[in-house]
Design a protein around this ligand. Structure first.
Ligand code: OGA
Ligand code: MN
Length: 300
């Protein structure tokens, strides 16, 4: 691919794609999320997402929650997050990710993404992608790391690939949420028994086939993958721990330093991400929509 390739038209505007990292992630230049986009533009963006894993749209400060939601919906149905306290008023499709605490009340999910994870991988139909819009940024810190699960899989040796292909793993929201809630001084609610029932553990293939590119993906993450079905517990735990260490190698990572107005659209099928955090006194707020994806199928 050329460094600066024109990929499609939005209404009558050209937009371009510029890679941000040797392995994945790209900036989309000249696209306005707030403007109506035709089907060709949406399918070009969907294709770019599948091929690049992370798409960065700069200068989208003017985009309203309604426009953010409308653009997100073009890629599939939107999820309403199980943490109901942190949904934007009148727009439950938007999850507020924020470290701001006003009068003891958190504005949003304060500790979102502090473990490597793929959003909603704990659902039977996990997310296709998330769209995170910067609302207020700290003067320093607050970067988000993204990891390519396609590159992570590719780099495994053939013997391990063959071992992983027939395996399936449990993904579970409640295990980590309980641990994080216990540490959060009441800022992250433990789910009620009713709520917890809406996110029961699910099972996904360890090596997933990307629905668009056909590429194999190492679809596990420290945040939500708790055990391997086909292996004795200890052996599965050790295997997962090794895979998590493998994914954590910086060579698979793109570090996103947020700029005012950024909107980042990432592919939850083929990437994981991690919030690196910022000082608690520096305000950081972002709005997230999450697009539902297909039930994963095994790569075999
Ligand atoms: C998320 C998330 C990371 C961050 O919104 O899903 O993990 O850096 N955010 O805020
Ligand atoms: Mn996340």
């Amino acid at each position: 691919m050329t460094a600066l390739a024109s990929i499609a038209n939005q209404a009558s505007t050209n937009f371009e794609l510029r890679p941000l990292h040797p392995l994945f992630a790209a900036e989309i230049i000249g696209f306005d999320i707030a403007a109506p986009a035709d089907d060709a533009a949406i399918s070009a963006i969907a294709g770019a997402l599948a091929h690049h894993g992370v798409l960065v749209f700069r200068d989208q400060k003017h985009v309203t929650p309604e426009q953010h939601i409308a653009f997100s919906r073009a890629f599939g149905p939107l999820e309403i997050h199980v943490q109901k306290k942190f949904l934007l008023k009148d727009h439950p499709e938007v999850l507020i990710v924020s470290n701001v605490i006003e009068n003891g009340v958190p504005l949003g999910l304060v500790d979102a993404g502090r473990y490597w994870h793929s959003d909603l991988s704990y659902l039977a139909e996990p997310s296709l992608g998330s769209l995170l819009h910067a609302i207020e940024l700290p003067s320093e810190g607050g970067d988000t790391l993204f990891g390519s699960l396609t590159a992570a899989y590719e780099a495994l040796d053939e013997r391990i690939k063959a071992k992983l292909k027939p395996l399936t793993a449990v993904h579970d929201y409640n295990t980590l949420n309980k641990a994080q809630a216990a540490k959060s001084d009441g800022l992250r609610p433990v789910l009620s028994a009713e709520q917890a029932k809406t996110v029961p553990p699910v099972i996904h293939p360890v090596v997933r086939r990307h629905e668009v590119t056909g590429a194999p993906i190492l679809f596990v993450s420290e945040g939500f993958t708790t055990r391997i079905i086909e292996l004795p517990e200890e052996e599965g735990r050790a295997l997962l721990a090794g895979l998590f260490e493998h994914q954590k190698q910086p060579r698979f990572h793109y570090r996103h330093h947020w700029q005012n107005g950024d909107l980042v659209f990432w592919d939850n099928r083929a990437t994981i991400h991690l919030a690196t955090g910022t000082q608690p006194n520096l305000r950081r707020t972002l709005y997230r929509t999450t697009v539902r994806g297909p039930k994963p199928t095994a790569f075999s």
